[in-house]
Structures are given as C-alpha cells and as structure tokens.
Ligand binder design. Structure first.
Ligand SMILES: *[C@@H]1O[C@H](CO)[C@@H](O)[C@H](O)[C@H]1NC(C)=O
Ligand SMILES: *[C@@H]1O[C@H](CO)[C@@H](O)[C@H](O)[C@H]1NC(C)=O
Ligand SMILES: *[C@@H]1O[C@H](CO)[C@@H](O)[C@H](O)[C@H]1NC(C)=O
Length: 312
C-alpha cells in the first residue's frame, strides 16, 4: 500500500515537473527579446501569438521603395487596371514630387506607447456613448466619408488619419493624415492632381477634382501590404479586403495598442452606417468577405491583441 502511494506521488511529481517545464518553455517563447514600447504589451514584438501577423511587409509607399512586377500583377486585377508596370512605376515616382518622401509616422521607441482607435462606420455606434473613449487615443483612424458632426457623443470628434480612395474622398482639416488606399493607377494620379492642379480624369463613380488636405501628411498604402492582407490575413477570401479591414491591419502595424469601434452589423443584424437610415435591407458586404473579416476581428479580440468595443 505504502509503495503504491510512493509510486503515485513519484509519478505526480514527474508530471508536475514536465508540465512546469512545458509552461516555462512556452513563456520563454513569447518573451520579447527587447522592450520596444512603453505599453504593457507591444504589438510590434512579433513574438506576440498573432498567428497571421508578419512585421516585414512595409505598410506605406516611400521614395525609392522596391516595386515588384509580381505584386503589380496581383494588384492590377482588383479593379482591372489595363496600363502596364512601367507606367505604374513612373506614377509612383511622381507621387513623391508632391507628398513627403516617407510617411509621417510615430516611431516605435521603448519610451512611447502608441495607442490607436480604429473607428468603423457601423450603425452599432448609435447610442454607444463611445465618443470620449475614442478621443483619448494618440491616433484616431476613420474611413471614407464617416462624419463626426452631430454624432460626437457616440463617435468622438478627433480624426488623425482618414483612410479613403478617390471615389470616397472628403475634404480634411490641416492636421489629418490622408491615407490613400490605391486600387488602380488612376488613384495615384488622382491624389497628386487633386492636391495640386485639379483632377480631370474619370472613374467608375464621380471623383472630386480638388481636395482640401495637408500635402505633408499624405500617405499611400503599399500594394504589397494590401496583398499581404489579402493573402496572409484573409487567405484570399473575397475579391479584395474592405477599407475597414485594411485600416484594422494597418493599425496593428503602426500602433502598440489597438482599440476597435464601429465594426460589424448593428444590434438588429443590419450592415448600416451610423449616420444614415438603412435604405437597402439586403445590403451585405459586397465584394468583401465580411464574415471572414469579422471572424478575424473577433479572434484578435479573444486573444487580447486588440480591445473590441462591440457597440449597441
Ligand atoms: C507601357 O505603356 C506605355 C504607355 O502606353 C508605353 O509607352 C510603353 O511602351 C509600355 N511599356 C512596356 C514595357 O510595354
Ligand atoms: C498646415 O500645416 C502645414 C504644416 O504641415 C503648415 O505649413 C501650413 O501653414 C498649415 N496650413 C494652414 C492653413 O494652417
Ligand atoms: C434593420 O433591418 C430591419 C429589417 O430587416 C428593419 O426593420 C430595421 O428598421 C433595420 N434597422 C435599422 C436600424 O435600420
């Protein structure tokens, strides 16, 4: 009897040691090699268990960045670009005659904690009273024509970055960054011309000929980064990622802490915007894989990579 107990205790001991070693091993795996920000957990430490996160794709175009023909061939399918790679390269170069040679970003340093609010346009913001929770962050990212006037209590007032494309563009104030998501060569031409001489080209929808925005704060999302989002995050689901999803992944790459508001359907399951009455009840997420994108957001929230405010 005594012997059996001893044997039992021995095995229990061995199991415990093994379990502890295993836990220890996992902990060691995730400990950042160096502290990269002043938050408790820093997203840039790519040891974080975010299984799709890859720190190498460069989020924004900069002067002399390498442009791959292979990426161009992927990118041109999004809105059936018919012009060629050398035209694309020339157009990208011409961007930097007007916008800064590199994007104006807060650098990651050990003594700074860059916190970001990513604010989607969902009707679930209505009645949420999230305004003050949104406005406290260093960076407040909004998208397309999202308005704040009249909705301040629920959506806040500040916009440091606005992610948009020519067909969704609105005028900005002098301190807001225009973050262009380019889907075709025309979009790159548009940003240059709309900020200077005026744009005269034509797109599939009306486009503003002139835009009010601070040229020094313009940044252009790198097609290579869009491809990374589509392939690595969405596993090629949907035709291409939605602006909202791109804004979310951008935030993961330029912020140390990410707070997400206004994503997903509203409380009644409608995909509506907070500033308008839903006209088309059957409106879904179009060419985008809305469900896939939402599932990833939920997963990021579950593993505490982002803090997700689900709305009302
Ligand atoms: C690309 O298109 C431009 C303008 O249409 C043309 O002049 C040029 O020869 C083309 N380049 C190549 C490599 O096909
Ligand atoms: C906008 O900001 C820039 C600096 O980025 C400054 O040079 C310019 O004078 C400002 N314009 C206005 C209208 O405040
Ligand atoms: C959501 O859709 C339902 C019908 O599907 C409609 O009755 C309701 O008014 C919509 N809610 C909003 C907030 O638009």
């Amino acid at each position: 009897m005594m012997f059996k107990w001893k044997l039992c205790t021995f095995f229990l001991y061995v199991t415990c040691v093994c379990v502890m070693l295993k836990i220890n091993h996992n902990v060691v795996d995730w400990v950042p090699t160096q502290i990269q920000c002043a938050c408790q957990i820093c997203l840039e430490d790519n040891q974080l268990p975010v299984h799709r996160f890859n720190a190498s794709p460069v989020p924004f175009l900069y002067q002399d960045c390498k442009l791959e023909e292979d990426t161009f061939n992927w990118w041109k399918e999004m809105q059936t670009e018919t012009r060629n790679f050398s035209t694309y390269r020339k157009t990208v170069q011409a961007l930097f005659d007007v916008i800064p040679p590199s994007p104006d970003l807060i650098k990651a340093t050990p003594d700074v904690c860059r916190t970001c609010a990513v604010v989607g346009n969902s009707g679930n913001l209505k009645g949420s009273h999230y305004g003050r929770l949104i406005d406290v962050h260093d960076i407040v990212i909004r998208m397309n024509s999202a308005q704040t006037g009249g909705f301040e209590e629920d959506v806040g007032t500040r916009t440091t970055h606005r992610v948009m494309y020519p067909e969704s563009a609105v005028d900005l104030d002098n301190s807001t960054h225009l973050v262009l998501v380019p889907f075709k060569i025309l979009d790159l031409e548009w940003v240059v011309e709309a900020l200077t001489t005026g744009f005269t080209g034509q797109s599939y929808a009306p486009v503003k000929s002139k835009i009010t925005a601070n040229k020094d704060l313009v940044m252009v999302v790198n097609p290579e980064f869009m491809r990374y989002i589509h392939e690595t995050w969405l596993k090629n689901k949907g035709k291409y990622p939605s602006t909202g999803f791109m804004a979310l992944i951008l935030a993961l790459h330029i912020c140390d802490e990410v707070y997400v508001f206004g994503y997903g359907a509203d409380g009644e399951g409608n995909w509506s915007h907070y500033w308008e009455k839903l006209k088309d009840k059957h409106l879904k997420t179009g060419v985008h894989s809305g469900n896939q994108e939402y599932d990833i957001l939920q997963e990021l929230a579950k593993q505490k990579t982002v803090t997700f405010y689900r709305g009302w």
